[in-house]
Design a protein around this ligand. Structure first.
Ligand SMILES: [Zn+2]
Length: 878
């Protein structure tokens, strides 16, 4: 365990590397405890760096066995090697070769960074700085090299040997039980994109011919016996390749594209060049083990990692401050892909739910940071919703501002100008400036400051003049008076109260978009015959909080008549949010308002539920407790919020009961219908299960019977799990029996048991902390596996607000203990778990004190990792 007070790394301190590495030849001899790595590096001075600088290579936990410069062993006094660096005091001012031999123990590597073993499979994770755990190197993204990798292993233990790039040769090692494979990656890449795999794996494959005529073999490798569960992922790779050609003109550039699924993985997946390594949760799917949500996530993450081949790999990041350059852009690309594969409106709603659930609270708490951070102590803690999701929203706003045609031209320009290089946010924006002639300097502000901007909008109608005025005012949290206003694209329209749209125009609205680039501005619409309702930020055209004076009646008009689906959903959400926040704050309950809402949802279901079930399911799904907390903002009492939400669900369930029961009948698949994971079948299941949830909220007895029947009849995991989730909220024998039966049925299925852990972790009852402590001793639970930890403790901390935030502090204590227990073996996952404490300052005083003391307990612990110390310090600061 290392204890460090890490130096802060600052963007303003960036300078180019003093040396470059043109070529890397690696010879990796795999062994469970004694892996030998020989790295031959072709180095030269960087003309952009300092002359005569010492060569300082990064290392982490390495044992140096040998060191040669141009074939000569180096004298001990010419270099200094320790676990974290290798310094050569003087190196030639010309190209030279360095050969470094190191020894590693992959089995002991529980941090899952560098080379490690997952269920006996050798695999790697090098982003952000794992390559330095394999050999000493210039481990920074702006040093790009061409790699040739020879991998050797015992044939029986690792019949499959995979590397980056294309396979070159393979064979037996004479006189041994070992074999080898050589891989060559012709395209220069930074070390974080390096990967290798060795193990016993099954393979499924199919061919693809690119638009450039290249024949590519796509293959997915999974645990033996699970090949049939890789079919959906394989299909998703093929669709991703075809889509990136169509949508962005980007073709794949190697002869093979390999995806490997491993069970122990810190993140979702990794885009290593030509050899993506995935958390098996995002590859394996069958109707009996995966929900519709899992299928959608597999499709999205397969696409995301594939799209990185251009946005991230061909054009990479100059430094880690530019992380959004590859992540925000690639999230935008995968969102567009999923929107094309599924319903665009429903997908946009899912994106915004996710942004509000994860990024808005982050941006309002102590861990807030700009999309392009200015400094960090531990980069692994910056793989955040802000960098990814808000980063994607910035790209989306850029497209809204300049239009689709110019956006595509700018993307082409960006790829052309920066191919094979390490770029910055400035390089990205420059490409769009070049094709549009626009100055994007002010737009670039979006990258620079934390906090969610607010836009207040006031509408007023002049009946005599038949004009409608919309006044806008933008503010930014924490921004000084001198801070320039942001450039905010607002997609908007006016909706008439009787249904038809008002054909009104303002000269400053172009293609439905008004650009607010001043602190305050006013729009005037002419020839407006009757007072309209403004439909603002259609499609969520900017990641801001909107303050408007619309009342419930106006929002009901939008729910009924807005041609923008997103804003119809938003109208229903805002009404529900208003009802729940009023009750949770103890304001006078709006009985009439709730009845109107129930009535409007009933009318909506009658007219449209069957036309677009996926959208209807979104309309029925109330804002989460987290959304209500975020809306309330301070002095949060999670119990009051939960109670308000429970009451509204009960009211909807009771008021809509007959309709919901009928809908469930109408949406049921006829017996024998083959399972399809497509968006339309998934949409019908989603609405049917949303109906179950509301019926059960109002009537425990009916809910229990329906849920039990659904579980008994289920032919797929979506329906089975929805039945179990409904039962989980209804205390009693039926629940415990269903949980036990589920565990028995899926005893050999770790990914399915994750769902079982999660459902129990989210039960909003007093006994849940004790239940989780029992489950931590369950044979299927393992602290060494990040998926298990996230399912049990992560679900609890992020999705069980009343129990995590228990007034007696028992929830915080449980999570704090888990963070500390995990920190010694996997600090990255421990730190991620700890971010659940982020909103602690917004709680009511009693819980705030409990959360603070749990945080202080963690921070006061001796020997903390840099990852956890960084989150702890920042959470308590300010
Ligand atoms: Zn990514």
């Amino acid at each position: 365990m290392r204890t460090e007070t890490p130096p802060t790394v600052r963007l303003e301190d960036y300078r180019p590397s003093d040396h470059l590495i043109d070529r890397v030849e690696l010879d990796v001899r795999l062994d469970p405890h004694d892996t030998r790595v020989s790295a031959t590096l072709a180095l030269r001075p960087n003309p952009a760096g300092r002359a005569h600088a010492p060569l300082v290579l990064d290392g982490d936990d390495l044992t140096l066995l040998g060191l040669e410069l141009d074939g000569q062993a180096l004298a001990p006094d010419t270099f200094r090697a320790d676990a974290s660096s290798l310094t050569l005091h003087a190196v030639p001012q010309r190209p030279f070769t360095l050969r470094i031999e190191t020894r590693l123990d992959p089995t002991a590597n529980t941090r899952l960074m560098g080379l490690y073993r997952s269920n006996g499979v050798y695999c790697t994770q090098c982003e952000a700085d794992g390559f330095r755990r394999i050999t000493y190197f210039l481990d920074r993204p702006d040093v790009l090299s061409v790699y040739t990798t020879r991998i050797e292993a015992e044939r029986a233990a690792a019949p499959v040997l995979l590397g980056n790039g294309n396979p070159v040769e393979a064979g037996a090692v004479a006189g041994t039980d070992r074999h080898y494979a050589v891989w060559h990656d012709p395209l220069p890449k930074p070390a974080y994109l390096f990967a290798l795999v060795g193990g016993r794996l099954d393979r499924v494959a199919k061919g693809f011919t690119t638009m450039e005529g290249r024949a590519v073999e796509i293959a997915i490798y999974v645990e033996p016996g699970k090949g049939d569960r890789a079919a959906y992922a394989l299909d998703a790779v093929e669709r991703s390749m075809a889509w990136d050609e169509r949508a962005f003109g980007r073709a794949y550039d190697l002869d093979v594209f390999n995806v490997v699924a491993v069970s122990d993985f810190n993140m979702g997946a990794m885009e290593n060049k030509g050899l993506n390594i995935f958390n098996d949760k995002f590859v394996l799917a069958s109707p009996d083990t995966a929900t519709d949500t899992d299928y959608a996530a597999i499709e999205a993450i397969i696409a995301h990692e594939y799209f990185h081949n251009w946005s991230g790999n061909r054009v990479t990041c100059r430094d880690w401050f530019q992380l959004c350059l590859k992540e925000g852009l690639t999230v935008f690309r995968d969102q567009e892909f999923s929107s094309d594969m599924r319903s665009r409106a429903v997908h946009r709603i899912a994106e915004v739910r996710n942004l509000r659930a994860r990024q808005f609270p982050e941006d309002a708490g102590p861990l807030a940071h700009p999309v392009r951070p200015k400094q960090y102590a531990e980069i692994n803690n910056f793989y955040t919703a802000t960098v990814y999701e808000k980063g994607a929203e910035i790209v989306r706003m850029l497209r809204t501002l300049i239009g689709e045609t110019a956006f595509r031209a700018g993307m082409d320009r960006y790829f052309a100008d920066n191919d094979g290089t390490a770029a910055t946010v400035e390089d990205f924006l420059e490409a769009f400036e070049a094709v549009t002639g626009r100055d994007l300097a002010r737009f670039a502000e979006w990258y620079e400051r934390p906090g969610t901007p607010r836009v207040a909008v006031f509408g007023s109608y002049d009946a005599a003049a038949k004009t409608y005025r919309l006044a806008f005012r933008q503010t930014r949290p924490g921004a000084g008076a001198d801070a320039p206003p942001l450039v905010i694209p607002i997609r908007l329209g006016l909706v008439g109260t009787d249904g038809p749209l008002i054909d009104a125009a303002s000269g400053r609205v172009e293609d439905g978009v008004f650009v607010l680039d001043a602190a305050e501005d006013t729009l005037i619409f002419e020839n407006v015959a009757a007072e309209p309702v403004p439909s603002l930020f259609r499609g969520f055209s900017a990641p801001v909080r909107v303050e408007s004076t619309l009342d419930a009646a106006a929002r009901l008009t939008l729910l009924r008549h807005d041609p923008d689906s997103f804003n119809r959903w938003e109208a229903a959400q805002r009404i529900a949010l208003g009802l729940m926040t009023a009750q949770a704050r103890g304001d006078a309950p709006e009985e009439a308002g709730a009845d109107d809402f129930v009535g409007a949802l009933g009318a909506f279901l009658d007219g449209e539920a069957l036309r677009d079930p996926a959208f209807a399911a979104q309309i029925l799904a109330l804002p989460s407790e987290g959304d209500v907390a975020d809306e309330i903002g301070t002095e949060i009492d999670p119990d009051a919020i939960a109670s308000a939400r429970r009451d509204l669900r009960r009211r909807l369930g009771a008021g809509l009961r007959a309709r919901l029961l009928t809908l469930r009948e109408e949406l049921a698949e006829p017996a024998g219908t083959p399972f399809s994971p497509d968006a339309s079948a998934a949409g019908r299941r989603a609405l049917r299960n949303a109906a179950l949830d509301l019926i059960a909220a109002a009537d425990a007895e009916a809910g229990t019977a329906l849920a039990q029947a659904q579980i008994a009849a289920a032919t797929n995991m979506t329906d089975r799990l929805a039945g179990l989730a409904a039962l989980a909220l209804l205390p009693g024998e039926a629940r415990e029996a269903a949980l036990a039966a589920f565990a028995e049925r899926y005893a050999g299925e770790p990914l399915v048991l994750d769902k079982w852990f999660a459902i129990q972790a989210m039960i909003p009852e007093d006994g849940t902390v004790a239940r989780i402590r029992r489950l931590q001793d369950h044979p299927a639970f393992a602290m060494t596996n990040p998926n298990r930890v996230r399912s049990l403790v992560g679900s609890f901390s992020l999705a069980n607000p009343t129990q995590f935030n228990r007034a007696d502090g028992a929830g915080y204590a449980l999570v704090a203990e888990t963070v500390l227990a995990l920190d010694g073996t996997n600090p990255q996952v421990a730190a991620r778990l700890m971010t659940a404490f982020g909103p602690w300052r917004r709680l009511e005083p009693g819980r705030r004190a409990q959360a603070e003391s749990a945080l202080r307990r963690i921070v006061a612990t001796q020997g903390l990792s840099r990852d956890v110390a960084d989150i702890g310090t920042r959470s308590l600061a300010g």
